[in-house]
Design a protein around this ligand. Structure first.
Ligand code: SF4
Length: 58
């Protein structure tokens, strides 16, 4: 799976970091960086669906 966050859309709400911290982490300027592209502990698709601005692409 290839995961990316559109930094121009991300509002820094923190939802993805809360739900899937092994994949999403705080980067520079309050935006989110992708640390890895798979997870055994959370559903990346579910997090992408819940992002309020649809900034997560899987
Ligand atoms: S859930 Fe979406 S808007 Fe919120 S921090 Fe993550 S990528 Fe950014």
């Amino acid at each position: 799976m290839q995961v990316s966050v559109d930094q121009s859309l991300c509002t820094g709400c923190g939802l993805c970091v809360e739900l899937c911290p092994d994949v999403f982490a705080w980067g520079s300027e309050g935006k989110v960086d992708v640390m890895k592209h798979e997870s055994d502990t959370c559903s990346i698709e579910d997090v992408a669906d819940q992002c309020p601005v649809e900034a997560i692409n899987v």
